[in-house]
Write a protein that binds this ligand. Structure first.
Ligand code: COA
Length: 158
């Protein structure tokens, strides 16, 4: 499902695991989150097969990915597991363009609510979620992922 947008970024759903796609997706996660992300194919493969994984391509290069799962916490609701761009592609509007297309695609798919968690230190991501898409912080959880790993829980309606 290609979704075009203004910057020459191609946004696609990963609908097969041919070639080394899973390994390349894990590489992007590793660069962004280390062990905190989808850091091996045992995590990435079910996310691709049973959740929804979007990729961002720029001039034929895979430069980012974002992952979602449907939840039991409400109707038409997804949990936004994460988004990451390769470090050299950050800070020039690509993340905004990527999420614009993704959220539009989810809405077209009937999704009405998106929930995510984010580190309170991750000001770039928080700014993006809040200012561009109207995500609101609904909870702050100390030690969500273990000691020192606090998270804000944010939600938005599409
Ligand atoms: C989060 C991420 C996907 C955003 O993509 P990006 O291409 O870097 O973001 P953009 O260039 O579109 O900028 C997004 C906004 O953040 C702002 N921003 C950039 N650095 C910032 C900072 N340190 N503090 C606050 N805002 C910041 C930008 O100005 C822009 O806002 P604006 O449009 O109002 O000017 C990308 O930075 C990334 O992969 N980060 C590492 C992984 C990660 O943290 N993922 C999110 C948690 S799951």
């Amino acid at each position: 499902m290609p979704v075009a947008n203004k910057i020459d970024l191609k946004v696609k759903v990963v609908d097969n695991l041919t070639g080394d796609i899973a390994r390349r997706l894990v590489e992007i996660e590793d660069k962004a989150f280390g062990d905190g992300g989808l850091h091996n194919e045992w995590l990435m493969v079910p996310m691709v097969r049973y959740g929804r994984v979007f990729v961002a391509e720029l001039e034929g290069q895979l430069v980012g990915s974002a992952q979602f799962i449907r939840t039991w916490t409400g109707q038409d609701t997804v949990y936004f597991y994460g988004v990451s761009l390769l470090p050299e592609y950050r800070g020039r509007g690509l993340g905004t363009a990527f999420l614009n297309d993704i959220l539009r695609a989810l809405k077209n798919d009937g999704i009405r609510k998106v929930i995510l968690s984010v580190s309170p230190q991750n000001q770039r991501a928080i700014h993006l979620y809040r200012e561009r898409y109207g995500f609101k912080t609904v909870k702050s959880v100390a030690g969500e992922y273990g000691p020192g790993e606090d998270r804000l829980i944010m939600e938005c309606f599409l």
